[in-house]
Design a protein around this ligand. Structure first.
Ligand code: ATP
Length: 605
């Protein structure tokens, strides 16, 4: 069922990702359809609320009509106004009941709706590629999701609670007035059309100023955050005054932009006040002259003036509302155009959760570049046998990480194949592939959760005992036990409360729990002191047992004991063999080895 729906979409998306439309209007409608009955109820309640409100002046007019028709004694007045009074009371009660019922719907629905948009956008974002995520600011994406979900609910709230009542008020007023006098109705009708059109036009004119002021405000916030984040550097460079001046310059710019926007809003307010005065005075004068010439009754006169006051109160903030409306729509459009993009790496239709039994990795005539132009691999072919432990060495930028990235399918090659146990990685579901490969990166990033949760991430059903056992094997238990809250300690954003070596040990514990058939170590012990590294090496050797292992290393001593070493140079494998064989060859590896023995770290070719 889902497949069918996704086939009709204009672009590729991961099969398990929500089927979100890629245009703001359709995006909003998509979510409305989930809660359609709630919205139908809100539209009806808000319409009834507005109708009750606008009918009140009519009831007042009828009361007046009753009074003028009565003979003057209190009994006849009471008789004449009893029905309009009941109407007035019913309308007043209706206004409260319908208004508050709509408010209740709003209270229940909107948080739910926002949650649903947030969940869907987050689920969609999860399937974006490594390339997409690494070229976006994580904070900005999170902010977009929040703004988009707010934008969707606010857009709908404004349509239902702000614009629809105004339209109803204008429409019903014109009908009521037309019963009293055609001319009055035409006057109010023309006023409403002109007022809405000019308000809309002014709002569109005001938009760039408001946007500029909002951008200036965000920039100020950004500068403050940046400066506070780097406060220790600011102090160490004795740049406190410099930072204040830097902020002051931005604040001065913000002031100019905000003033411009405020000045424009002030002009809009002038327009609103003048138009309100025109309506008030015009209706009063016109209806008074109609009444004095006997064309309308005093009741119609009262109704017309009350209606004009009601219309003014409804229309008062229309320009500002239009402005906010554009802003919310803009937020939705931003979110949709940023996040609801085609997914770059999606599982093929025939992809299966293939289970890796041997761990044989083969690169077959692989051509790969990150972007058009600079090639990283050209016709690369190499096979890593099951259970082999292979070290990757080479100068910085020679292609070691790219080699690993392709195995993990963080990127797809332009041509050629990467096969694991003879199956193209594109024919495996990404979930299955990633579940069967463990990676310990050079600088592991942890979740701001407890140590227990971070280690258990390797296997969610691991018991506390298994977590502690893995931590002990990774030489992490001792330092965890010394922490005040032990395994329940929070590690800070990305694990900043831990040292680099401690983070690496947590990452190793996690991988021990995961126990995947293929293990990739990217300078996995580079942050450890030599004594811990020696100890942990034994654990890693144990963890490598029976697995295919790839070790990316800059320090050649850490891979000298492996079964095989591949030497990379500008995307080519220039040497391939054991440490002893490669040293004897006297080529690139030999040169690297000599450079490191002499204390030099090779940085570039
Ligand atoms: N995400 C990326 N986008 C674009 N180009 C990239 C990206 N990652 C790497 N490259 C480029 O690809 C080439 C190979 O880089 P790669 O990271 O594979 O080298 P490496 O041998 O792992 O280097 P190091 O030892 O410094 O980690 C380099 O020219 C690099 O600039």
């Amino acid at each position: 069922m889902r497949k069918k729906a996704s086939q009709s979409k204009p672009f590729k998306r991961a099969t398990d990702a929500p089927n979100l439309p890629a245009t703001p209007f359709r995006f909003i409608c998509y979510f409305v359809s989930y809660f359609r009955w709630w919205y139908v109820a809100m539209v009806i309640l808000e319409a009834l609320h507005a109708i009750c409100g606008i009918m009140l002046p009519y009831a007042i007019g009828e009361i007046m009509r009753g009074v003028t028709r009565s003979t003057g004694d209190s009994r006849s007045i009471l008789e004449a106004v009893s029905q309009p009074l009941m109407l007035f009371a019913a309308l007043s009660i209706g206004e409260v009941l319908f208004g508050r019922s709509s408010g209740l719907c709003h209270t229940i629905l909107h948080p739910l709706h926002r949650q649903h948009v947030t969940k869907s956008l987050y689920a969609y974002l999860q399937y974006h590629s490594h390339r997409y995520l690494s070229s976006s600011f994580a904070g900005a994406l999170a902010h977009r999701i929040t703004e988009t979900s707010m934008g969707v609910t606010q857009t709908l709230a404004m349509l239902i609670n702000e614009f629809m009542p105004v339209v109803i008020v204008f429409g019903v007023s014109t009908v009521l007035l037309s019963h009293a006098h055609q001319g009055l109705a035409i006057f109010v009708g023309i006023w409403a059309v002109v007022f809405i059109s000019i308000s809309f036009w002014l709002a569109t004119r005001c938009r760039p100023y408001a946007r500029q002021a909002a951008a200036a405000r965000s920039k100020t916030a950004g500068i403050i955050v940046d400066s506070v984040t780097n406060l220790s550097s600011v102090r160490l460079f004795a740049r406190l005054g410099f930072e204040r001046r830097y902020l002051n310059e931005q604040l001065a710019q913000e002031l100019r932009d905000v003033r411009k926007s405020n000045w424009y809003s002030e002009r809009v307010r002038w327009f609103q006040f003048i138009s309100a005065a025109v309506l008030k005075i015009g209706t009063l004068y016109y209806s008074l002259s109609l009444w004095s010439s006997g064309q309308i009754a005093v009741a119609d006169f009262v109704m017309a003036t009350s209606l004009s006051l009601l219309i003014i109160s409804e229309a008062r903030n229309l320009s500002r509302r239009f402005l906010e409306f554009f802003e919310h729509i803009g937020n939705v459009a931003n979110g949709v155009f940023t996040i609801v993009q085609p997914h770059e790496l999606i599982d093929r239709d025939r992809a299966i959760a293939h289970s890796i039994t041997k761990g044989r990795i083969e690169f077959r005539r692989v051509h790969f570049s990150y972007s058009a132009g600079k090639k990283v691999f050209e016709n690369l072919s190499v096979t890593i046998q099951p259970g082999q432990r292979v070290g990757l060495v080479g100068f910085s930028g020679s292609g070691k990480s790219s080699f690993v990235n392709l195995i993990l399918r963080l990127f797809d090659p332009q041509s050629g194949q990467i096969l694991i146990d003879g199956v193209d990685v594109r024919d495996m579901t990404q979930d299955a592939l990633h579940a069967q490969i463990s990676l310990i990166p050079q600088d592991p990033s942890l979740f701001h959760r407890t140590l227990l949760e971070n280690i258990r991430y390797g296997r969610l059903d691991a018991t506390d005992e298994e977590v502690i056992e893995a931590a002990s094997k990774a030489y992490a238990h001792d330092f965890i036990a010394q922490m005040r809250e032990g395994y329940d300690s929070l590690v800070g954003e990305r694990g900043v409360k831990l040292s680099g070596g401690q983070r690496q040990r947590i990452a190793i514990a996690r991988v021990i729990l995961k126990n995947a058939p293929i293990l990739i170590l990217d300078e996995a012990t580079s942050s450890l002191d030599s004594i811990t590294e020696k100890a942990i090496q034994d654990t890693l050797d144990l963890a490598m047992n029976g697995k295919t292992v790839i070790v990316v290393a800059h320090r050649l001593s850490t891979i000298a004991h492996l079964d095989r070493i591949l030497v990379f140079d500008q995307g080519r494998i220039v040497e391939d063999g054991t440490h002893t064989k490669l040293l004897a060859l006297g080529g690139a590896y030999h040169r690297l080895w000599r450079m490191q023995a002499g204390g030099f770290l090779p940085v570039g070719a």
